[in-house]
Structure formats: structure tokens, C-alpha cells
Design a protein around this ligand. Structure first.
Ligand code: SDX
Length: 381
């Protein structure tokens, strides 16, 4: 039997399982998402990001002593070598925000000497989670032409990040919005960005390289760039009264993708999307309120139009409105996704290298010409 006859290619690795995991469970049919067995709705309502960090890296929700150890480690990890921020500052102001983040991480990686897996992986992951807060805060500050700032140690990672980014204090409600965002985006099994991190980890490259691989994959509009792309739709529509005409022209007649809708795994509502929708309803005022009304009308039209294909709003549809309401410009949405997902990326690579390491090296089915003799240049047509 020929090679091509017995091989089945799974395009986009759809339904291919590349690892076992005890981190995150998704039921795409029922719209269930759990971190280490805890439902995402419970965690979003009750847990701070620091508790989820301990849960994902160490397997259990932390007791008081473990929680304060996580906070102490994060607080002592915000510092970065001063050349890292200088590198970010000298890059063009109109740099792609995610490219700035990659540059900051790559600059950090130059200080990483002799990293060895299985020697304090989880502590290294905690340190990177701290430093990514500094890098992300300074993506905004560099883009806005502001002096770099290091997050100040505090009782909340979300608060330290917000205050370093905007150089002002935030209310408890705003800080918990940021905290909820970090919890909701923390992990999602093995999407493209996590798979990119796993491939890099499988060669036993270092953790910073896994981060850069993940972030470059996240950037695409079909993945982490969707929050910004969904928000760009709301801006383009501009007013709730124009949603129906826009939808007819762009989606029905134009056949374009409705950004923030659809998912490779969910065949129903993405549970995170529902939480962000209710968050958007509480925070949105002014312009954000108008975008919420546009999004709600768009959701109604989209769910009706795509029902047969089981395409529903995903996490990115409403999340941008919440972050916009917190004061973030839309160019910060993908960096914010990366900030939160640093935990998921590193938890997965640590789990993979610790428990089931194997070099990831798939095959490609050859469908080109059979063996041919070389033809010298003067004999070619
Ligand atoms: C994230 O994987 C994760 O877990 C990712 C994530 C995470 O937390 O890490 O959940 C975060 O990336 C969420 C997804 C964000 N992306 C978007 O919102 C971009 C818009 N969505 C689509 O491009 C799409 O839904 C994907 C890419 C998300 C998933 O697409 P698939 O599984 O590859 O499906 P497909 O492209 O093969 O589409 C199947 C059909 C096609 O129609 P037909 O050719 O069969 O007629 O569904 C259609 C597609 O055209 N379709 C859409 C659509 N999504 C799929 N049509 C219009 N609008 C859409 N959004």
C-alpha cells in the first residue's frame, strides 16, 4: 500500500492530542472550562490571580502561607536589568505592541545564563510572571512616550500592574476587574500559542524562548489578536443603529469572519465570554457603553446567523470592552492576553518537561514528484 494511502493528515492538528494534562479541562460541547477541577465561574468569582498561579503551578489552591510566598516571589521579581527597558525605549514608537513585548522578553533572555530544566522550574516560572508584568506595563508606557516604570510591590499583582502602567491609583472594583481578566485568560489547554511553547520546550530550549515562541503565535488575528480585531469591528460600526447594515454587508454578503466569534473547541458559548459580558455590563460607561450596545446587537445577529454551524461568541468578543473601560487602548489587548497567559504557557511546559518530555517532531506526507535525474543548466528549457 502506498505511503499516502495509509496516512491521514489532521489539518491544523484538529483533535490531535499532543500531551496529557491535569491543568485545564474543556468540554467544548457543554461549554465547561476548569483549572485543576475548579470551574472557571467559581474561580472568576472567588479567586485572585495569585491563587490561580499557585493552583496551576503547584496543583492546589494555596493556604495563607503559600499565598504570601507567591506574592513575595512576584513582588521581588518585578525588577528587570535596566538595559531591558532601554532596549524597549529605543525601538520605534510605532512598533507593533506585541513586537515590543517580544523585544523586552528577548532582552531579558540575554541575561538568562545556563538555564536547566527540573531545577526550580516553578520558581523560574513565578519569576518570569513577575517580569512579564514589568514588560507589559512598559509596552504601554513606551508607546505613549512615558518614562518606564517598575511595578511596586503590593498585595495584588493586578494592582501593581495597573498602577505601574498608568502611574495612578485604582479603585478596588477596577483592580478586581483586572484580577478577573488575569484569571479568565490564564490558561486554555493547548491553543496555538501553548503548542508553540511546547514545541520549543521539547527541544529543551529555555523558558524565555518558550515565552517568545508563544507570544509570536498569539499575535495572529485568529488567536490572541482577535480581542483587538473584535473591538475594531465595534469601532468601525460606530453606532448601535448601524449594526444590522454592517452585518448584512460584511458578514452575510461579504462572507467575512465575525471576529470574537467561533472556536476550534467550543461548539456553544465560551464560558469566559459570558463572564466578560456580565463584567462589561457593570463597567461600561460613556464610549465603552456604546460599544457594549453594538456588541450585544452583533451577538444577537451572529448567534442567529451562525446557529447551524454552532459558532458562538468566544472569550474575545466582550473582553476588549472591559479592558477599554479600564483605560487600556485597544493596541494593549493582545499584550494583556499574553500577560495573563504567561501562567498557562509556563505551567504547560513545566508539566510537559517534568512528566512526559519527548521531542515534538511530527511528519509531513510527501506528495511531490518521484526521483528525478539532475538536468544541467544549458539543457533546461
Ligand atoms: C482564542 O484555541 C483556543 O483555546 C484559543 C483561545 C484561548 O484561550 O487560547 O480560546 C483564544 O484564540 C479564541 C478565538 C479567537 N479568534 C477569533 O475570534 C477569530 C474568528 N474566529 C475564527 O477565525 C475561527 O472561529 C477560529 C479560528 C477561532 C476557529 O476556527 P476553526 O476551528 O479553524 O474553524 P474553521 O476556520 O475551519 O471554520 C469552520 C467553518 C468555516 O465555514 P465553512 O468553510 O465550513 O463554510 O466555520 C466558519 C468558517 O468560515 N467560521 C466562521 C467563523 N469561525 C468559523 N465564519 C464566520 N465568522 C467566524 N468567526
Amino acid at each position: 500500500m502506498s505511503e499516502s494511502a495509509k496516512v491521514e493528515i489532521s489539518r491544523g492538528l484538529e483533535n490531535v492530542y499532543i500531551k496529557a494534562t491535569s491543568l485545564t479541562f474543556i468540554d467544548g460541547e457543554k461549554g465547561i472550562l476548569r483549572y485543576r477541577g475548579y470551574d472557571i465561574n467559581e474561580l472568576a468569582k472567588n479567586a485572585h490571580y495569585e491563587e490561580v498561579i499557585h493552583l496551576m503551578l503547584y496543583g492546589e489552591l494555596p493556604n495563607r502561607e503559600q499565598l504570601s510566598r507567591v506574592k513575595d516571589t512576584l513582588n521581588s521579581s518585578y525588577e528587570v536589568p535596566e538595559d531591558v527597558l532601554r532596549v524597549m525605549e529605543v525601538l520605534p514608537k510605532d512598533s507593533e505592541p506585541v513586537a515590543l513585548m517580544e523585544a523586552g522578553l528577548a532582552a531579558l533572555a540575554t541575561h538568562e545564563k545556563g538555564f536547566k530544566w527540573k531545577e526550580g522550574d516553578r520558581e523560574k516560572a513565578l519569576e518570569i510572571i513577575g517580569k512579564v508584568s514589568t514588560i507589559t506595563a512598559n509596552v504601554y508606557r513606551v508607546k505613549e512616550g512615558l518614562a518606564p516604570k517598575i511595578p511596586k510591590p503590593s498585595d495584588s499583582y493586578a494592582k501593581s500592574f495597573l498602577e505601574a502602567t498608568f502611574n495612578k491609583s485604582f479603585s478596588g472594583t477596577e483592580t478586581s476587574m483586572m484580577d478577573n481578566f488575569l484569571v479568565l485568560y490564564a490558561d486554555h489547554e493547548v491553543p496555538a500559542s501553548t503548542t508553540a511553547a511546547l514545541v520549543t520546550a521539547s527541544t529543551l530550549s529555555d523558558m524565555y524562548s518558550c515565552m517568545v515562541s508563544a507570544i509570536t503565535a498569539l499575535k495572529g488575528p485568529l488567536h490572541g489578536g482577535a480581542m483587538e480585531a473584535a473591538f475594531a469591528q465595534f469601532r468601525e460600526i460606530g453606532d448601535p443603529s448601524r449594526v444590522d447594515e454592517w452585518f448584512e454587508r460584511n458578514i452575510v454578503k461579504g462572507g467575512n469572519r465575525l471576529m470574537g466569534f467561533g472556536h476550534r473547541v467550543y461548539r456553544t458559548y465560551d464560558p469566559r465570554g459570558k463572564v466578560f459580558k456580565s463584567m462589561a455590563e457593570t463597567v461600561s460607561k460613556g464610549e465603552a457603553r456604546k460599544y457594549l450596545e453594538i456588541a450585544e446587537r452583533l451577538e444577537k445577529l451572529g448567534v442567529r446567523y451562525f446557529e447551524a454551524k454552532k459558532i458562538y461568541p468566544n472569550t474575545d468578543f466582550y473582553a476588549g470592552i472591559v479592558m477599554y473601560g479600564l483605560g487600556f487602548p485597544d493596541y494593549m489587548f493582545t499584550p494583556l492576553f499574553a500577560l495573563s497567559r504567561t501562567l498557562g504557557w509556563l505551567a504547560h511546559v513545566v508539566e510537559y518537561v517534568d512528566e512526559q518530555h519527548r521531542l515534538i517532531r511530527p511528519r509531513a506526507l510527501y506528495v511531490g514528484p518521484g526521483e528525478r535525474k539532475f538536468v544541467p543548466l544549458d539543457q533546461r528549457k
